[in-house]
Design a protein around this ligand. Structure first.
Ligand code: ZN
Length: 433
C-alpha cells in the first residue's frame, strides 16, 4: 500500500519540476520574510533570482544549528506570530535549545508525512498505535500522533515511561504498532520476557523506531524478540520532526518525503556537494514549510542517497541508514570510531545483549577504550576462564571492525543504565583542556 501514490510514485522528471518550483518559493519566502536569511544571502552575494535550476541551490549558504540557536527563540519564523499554531523545541541538553514553529498548513504536512511513514510500516486505519515517544516539546510524540490521526488509525497516546503500564496496555488493548526509540523497545522486550508474557499474547506486528542511531543487528534482535517488522524513522526538530524519511517494508533505505524536503549530500570538510550515491553529510531544505523555512540545514548525519525506484513501488529518493553523526564520531588515537561499529561487532556474538557502553579515557598520553557489555545470565554464571575467552572474542571482533584494540568487560545482565528515551552509549572521560 502507498498512502499518497501521486506524491510517492511520481517520475523523477516530474518530481524535479515540482521541486524547482517549490524551491524557488522557499528561497523567496526565506529572503523576504526572515531578516537572518536576507542578511546571509546578501553577504554571500546571492538572491532569489540566482536560483534557476536545482543545482543552483549550491550557491546558497548553509544554515547550522548554531544559527538557529542565535536566533532563539522566534528569530527564524517567517510568518506573523498569530499564524503559528504549535511550537516544538529540542531539549537543549548540549546548548541552547532550537525552536520550530508550525502554521496550520505545516501541521497538515507533518501529519501527511508521518501518515506516509506509518503506512510504510504496514499501518492502516485498523491499527492501534502504542506511541511511547515522549509527548511535549519533543517532536516524537505529537509528530506520530498527528500522522496516526490523519491515517485514521487509533493512537494510544501513552507517551514515554512507566514500563509496567506500557506492557499492560500493550496486552489489554492489543496494540499492533509500537513507536519508540530502539533502545527503549529493547528494554520493553526484556521486561515482557521477565514478566513471563509470550509475544503470542500480544498483538504487535510492527515497530517504528528512531530518534537515535541503531544497526541492522539491533533490528534482527528487536524483530525476533518482539515478533515484529521493525522499520527506521528519521526526522529532526529543526526541519519538522519525525516523518522526514521512513523505511518501507523492503527495508533498503529510508524514503525521504522529497516533495517537502530537498536533500543534498556534502563533504563535511570541504562543504562541496558530492556526486549521486556517495556517502557524506546530509543537508536538507524545507520546500513547503510556511512557519519556518530552513535553507540548506546541515544535519551532521552521515548517509548516502539512492534515486532508484524501490521494490515497494515508491520513487521517492532513499537515504541509507545513518551510520553515525559527525557529533557522535569519536576520535581515538587519531582513528575515527562510530558507536554503531562497536554495536555491530557485539551483536555478531551469541549470548550478548545489545546493552553496552563505551568509555573513553586517557590515563597517560594514549587514549583507551573500554567497552562494557551485558552478558545473558547463563553466560555470566560461567567459569572465569570462559568469561575471559568471550571478552577476548569480543575485543577481536571490535578490532576487526575499527582497527583498534579495546578492553572489554562483561558485566552482569541489567547492570547498565536503561533509558526511556535516547540511550547514552558513550562516556568520554578525556580531558581536552
Ligand atoms: Zn520502498
Amino acid at each position: 500500500m502507498v498512502w499518497n501514490e501521486k506524491a510517492e510514485c511520481m517520475s523523477r522528471e516530474e518530481k524535479e519540476k515540482l521541486q524547482i518550483k517549490l524551491l524557488k518559493e522557499a528561497i523567496e519566502k526565506a529572503y523576504n520574510n526572515v531578516p537572518f536569511y536576507k542578511k546571509r544571502f546578501d553577504e554571500a552575494g546571492v538572491g532569489p533570482e540566482d536560483l534557476q535550476s536545482l543545482e543552483d541551490i549550491e550557491k546558497f549558504p548553509f544554515t547550522t544549528k548554531a544559527d538557529l540557536r542565535e536566533t532563539y527563540p522566534f528569530g527564524m519564523f517567517a510568518v506573523p506570530e498569530d499564524e503559528i499554531v504549535e511550537i516544538h523545541s529540542t531539549s537543549g541538553t548540549t546548548g541552547k535549545p532550537t525552536v520550530s514553529g508550525y502554521t496550520k498548513k505545516d501541521l497538515d504536512i507533518w501529519a501527511e508525512v508521518t501518515a506516509r511513514a506509518i503506512d510504510m510500516a504496514g499501518g492502516t486505519k485498523k491499527d492501534r498505535i502504542q506511541n511511547c515517544y515522549g509527548y511535549g516539546l519533543f517532536t516524537g510524540g505529537l509528530g506520530i500522533h498527528h500522522g496516526g490521526y490523519k491515517l485514521g488509525a487509533t493512537v494510544i497516546p501513552i507517551s514515554a515511561g512507566n514500563t509496567k503500564r506500557q506492557i499492560e496496555i500493550m496486552k489489554d488493548f492489543q496494540s499492533t504498532i509500537l513507536t519508540c526509540t530502539p533502545s527503549y523497545a529493547l528494554y520493553l522486550a526484556e521486561s515482557i520476557e521477565k514478566e513471563g508474557i509470550s509475544i503470542e499474547e500480544l498483538g504487535l506486528k510492527s515497530g517504528i523506531f528512531g530518534a537515535e542511531m541503531w544497526t541492522e543487528e539491533m533490528r534482527d534482535e528487536l524483530e525476533n524478540r518482539l515478533g515484529i517488522t521493525a522499520v527506521n524513522i528519521y526526522g529532526l526538530t529543526e526541519l519538522m520532526g519525525p516523518g522526514v524519511a521512513n523505511e518501507c517494508m523492503v527495508k533498503k533505505g529510508l524514503h525521504i518525503a522529497d516533495d517537502h524536503f530537498y536533500p543534498e549530500i556534502i563533504d563535511s570538510k570541504t562543504k562541496e556537494t558530492l556526486p549521486e550515491g556517495e556517502k557524506g553529510e546530509l543537508v536538507l531544505t524545507t520546500l513547503t514549510r510556511e512557519g519556518m523555512p530552513v535553507i540548506r540545514f546541515r544535519t551532521k548525519d552521515i548517509t548516502s542517497l539512492n534515486y532508484d525506484k524501490c521494490d515497494c513501488g515508491r520513487t521517492t529518493v532513499r537515504m541509507s541508514r545513518i551510520t553515525g553523526r559527525t557529533d557522535d564520531m569519536l576520535k581515538v588515537r587519531g582513528v575515527i570510531v562510530f558507536p554503531s561499529q562497536i554495536e555491530r561487532a557485539i551483536l555478531k556474538i551469541e549470548g550478548l545483549t545489545p546493552n553496552y557502553q563505551i568509555i573513553v579515557t586517557r590515563p597517560e598520553y594514549l587514549d583507551e577504550i573500554e567497552v562494557q557489555v551485558e552478558a545473558t545470565p547463563s553466560l555470566f554464571s560461567d567459569e572465569m576462564k570462559e568469561m575471559e575467552a568471550i571478552e577476548r572474542k569480543i575485543a577481536n571482533k571490535i578490532h576487526k571492525e575499527i582497527g583498534l584494540r579495546v578492553n572489554v568487560s562483561l558485566v552482569e545482565s541489567e547492570s547498565l543504565p536503561r533509558s526511556e528515551g535516547k540511550a547514552v552509549r558513550v562516556i568520554d572521560k578525556r580531558n581536552f583542556d
